[in-house]
Design a protein around this ligand. Sequence first.
Ligand code: FAD
Ligand code: 8R5
Length: 458
Amino acid sequence: MAAERRITLVGAGLAGALLARLLALRGWQVEVYEKRGDPRIAGYQGGRSINLALAERGRHPLRLADADEAVMAQAVMMRGRMVHPLHGEVNLQRYGRDDSEVIWSVHRGELNITLLDLAEQAGARLHFDRRLDHVDFERRIARFVDDRDRRSFDVPFRALIGSDGAGSALRGAIGKVLDLGERVDFLDHGYKELEIPPAPDGGFRMEPNALHIWPRGNYMCIALPNDEKTFTVTLFMPNLGGATVQNPGFDTIRTPQQARAFFERDFPDTLPLIPELERDWARNPASTLATLHLERWHLDRRALVIGDAAHAMVPFHGQGMNCAFEDCAALAAHLDAHADLADAFAAFEAERKPNARAIQQMALENYLEMRDRVDDADYRLQRELELHLQQRHPGVFVPHYAMVSFMRVPYSVALARSEIQHGILVRATRGKESLDQVDWTAVDADVAAHLTPLADVP
Ligand code: FAD
Ligand code: 8R5
């Protein structure tokens, strides 16, 4: 029995490193193959983003792996959205009721390194510069290539877990022997990253404890703080603009000079903060955004995909990593509970697929909210009412953002309840300008008719 607790992971990114740790702590023999070099030696060569938002959903699996403390040592608290209107005052919209309801900005490279160290300490064996190239599922042999010298290595496996990200090579290999029902929905918007360096005195150039948003209707900038006193700014905008300057797109802003003119018009308060705008614009290409849907996540007992490899999503709820970490905890539990890997993989897929779909949908919906709605009077009245209803109906009316970011109720439950609650908020505030005008008797009846108490996952 013990000899059978062997598994091979492909990809030592965020999910791969955490899963390796969780399984090794449970006594599994874990081998991890990663196409990049060891970031602890070579320096982190990861994606362009430097920081990610970590929420309660992601912190819980980190706690299970005894990794939360090490990760939180480098985290920057974000209390809410700092909204920068084009005209008018910058204002903080808190995410939760107090500082226990916040999200955290973490450095991707440092996070990955912390998790790799912990995985190794738990006994997982890490193999860097090993890119999965080909899988023979009949003979159960995976071929890895070292891209530095093109040498290849044939590795026998019992089962493969693909934690190899949105462009998963394992998904591609499974797809050759099984129809995964794969569909990629590209968003017609993309993103580009810019940097706000530290101030001359070495401090932050803006309020550090917030996620900054510059909503501009059809596009937006956001900024997340870094523990090195920098901010990563991300501009999200259509790939293809319209004929007029009112509808900019990545295709219509062709030169760094045009980028400056665009920022002067639409994001004037950011310009003094981004000294190297032209350099960043030219250096960082615009990236695409997409949602990946798969009908199947596993090939019997031989292979499974998790994280972005199974369900990449658009970034607008900041939940891709959080969801991938939840996957790791769920998979570890199913592997403990089922002797046959085929049963464990099937149970994992059945649990996680509806939840992945739900957060993928909520992530798409949050784009409109962030770029267009946060500054609208009717939207702000709905948020205000949401907080009142949370107090009036504790444990029954729980704000959407709280369910997604501060609780661990399944994403599918959060989505279903958010849709009901949205209806209640719209009905109660229609034609109203302030909470004084709300008909509380009618709202309470609406809540009682449509919502039951919500228990969080213990
Ligand atoms: P990854 O972390 O991408 O890891 C995949 C690993 O597999 C990599 O190390 C890669 O090198 C390796 N690999 C790839 N191909 C092969 C191969 N053929 N053989 C071997 N190894 C291979 N999520 C949030 O929750 N909050 C955020 O704020 C947030 N911000 C983001 C910002 C940016 C710019 C981006 C791009 C994503 C962001 N995300 C965020 C999403 C988050 O990064 C992903 O959801 C998360 O990293 C998924 O983890 P993963 O392990 O599945 O994939
Ligand atoms: N990912 C995030 C949120 C929700 C914030 C809110 C949104 C950048 C490529 Cl766009 C985005 C959020 O509702 O007020 N929390 O965390 C992270 C986000 O974007 C990340 C940094 C990103 C992919 C580029």
